[in-house]
Structure formats: C-alpha cells, structure tokens
Ligand binder design. Sequence first.
Ligand SMILES: Cc1cc2nc3c(=O)[nH]c(=O)nc-3n(C[C@H](O)[C@H](O)[C@H](O)COP(=O)(O)O)c2cc1C
Length: 206
Amino acid sequence: MNIRVIDPGEVSARERYQLMTSLVVPRPIGWLSTWSADGVANLAPFSYFNAISVSPMLVAVSIGHLRDGFKDTLVNLRARGAFCVNVVSEDLLVPMNESSANVGPEVDEFVLAGLSQSTSDRVDAPFVAECAAVLECRVQQEVDLRGAPNTLVIGEVVGIRLAEELHFEEGTMLVIPEQLRPLGRLGGSAYAIPGVVRRVPRPDAR
Ligand SMILES: Cc1cc2nc3c(=O)[nH]c(=O)nc-3n(C[C@H](O)[C@H](O)[C@H](O)COP(=O)(O)O)c2cc1C
C-alpha cells in the first residue's frame, strides 16, 4: 500500500473539515431540540456528537460558531439550560436534513420539516414526537476548546423516552438496533443506513 501523508497545517480549513468528517465515520447524529428564551421551538442536527459517560449519563455536542454570532441551538441552550436529543432513525433522514436549514431564530424547524412537537416534562425543552427514542438533557457545562470556533456543550441525560415498539435484547437494556435503525453521518451529504448487524462477543480475559 502506498501512503500519502497529510499535514493538517498544509491544507485549508475547508479541507480539514472534509478530511475530518469523511474519516471519523460513521458519526451518531444528535438531533437537538430546544426552546428560545421567548418560546420559539428549534431543531437542528449535530454530528460532532457522542456519549461520554454513564454515571452520570453525559453526552457532548460541539456547536460551530457563525461569523457573526452563535447558532440558535447554542443561544437556546444557554437561555434554558436544557435540550432533548432525538435519535434519528432511517425514516427521518429527510426531515432531519430539512431541519439543518440556515434560518433565523424566529423559524420553528419542527414546522419547516413537517414534524410534531411534544413537550418534555423533565427538562425545559421540546422533542420530536415521531422519534422512537429521546434523551432529555440538562446542560452540565460548556468546555472551552481553546481558540477553536466551536463550543463543546456537555449535557446530563435526566430522562429517556422509548417507544413501546422498541424492545431490549433479552436480559439487558440494550435497545435492539434492527428496530431503532439509527442513521450514521458520513462525509458531505452521505449517510450510513443500517445494514446487516453482526454480533461479535468480546473475548474472554486472558
Ligand atoms: C447531519 C448534519 C450534521 C451536522 N453536524 C453539525 C455539528 O456537529 N456542528 C455544527 O455546528 N453544525 C452541524 N450541522 C449544521 C447545523 O445543523 C446547522 O448549522 C443548523 O442550521 C444549526 O441550526 P440552529 O442555528 O437552529 O442551531 C450539521 C448538519 C447536518 C445536516
């Protein structure tokens, strides 16, 4: 195999973004729903998103800054201290993508994407009624990424909503992936649709 070595300092910021987002793959999509200070619902997908701890249950999302300010999601998180993470199943690919439109804070992306909004009774945020799994989160902290044009927000999961149609693998609370059918983000406009799921048990201690 011939290898090409790329120094991140030699390529443009756009190219670094393209390399990063096509190589750290597939990424889960945190589809975040929030309310603005004056009560407008907001919905946007973030694939710089992951689970980072279980006790407490923490998730992290990295929100890019705009040239002239902050994305509505970050503004709302700061105002309300809460958000919901709506798990994006395969059938919600199109509305998820529509909700990423760059629109003003007065626009409710639930309406834009043709989705139904429900209200969390645990945190001060709405959620997507069509989603089979929702994590209700309180903002725990913001982490300074030292000069990066992003803010990392850590949220504590204080409630988990699961549709009755979703079942667990026997004797566990592992949600069956063939029922959840979660989308993964690849580079650019590419998405990974769940295919055949292979189960490989972990090796015994040696
Ligand atoms: C699948 C997908 C993943 C995205 N991931 C991120 C991300 O991790 N960070 C980010 O800042 N923007 C991300 N975006 C872009 C935001 O969704 C977009 O800027 C959106 O308009 C922000 O909405 P808001 O201003 O209502 O918060 C992503 C878009 C898509 C379609």
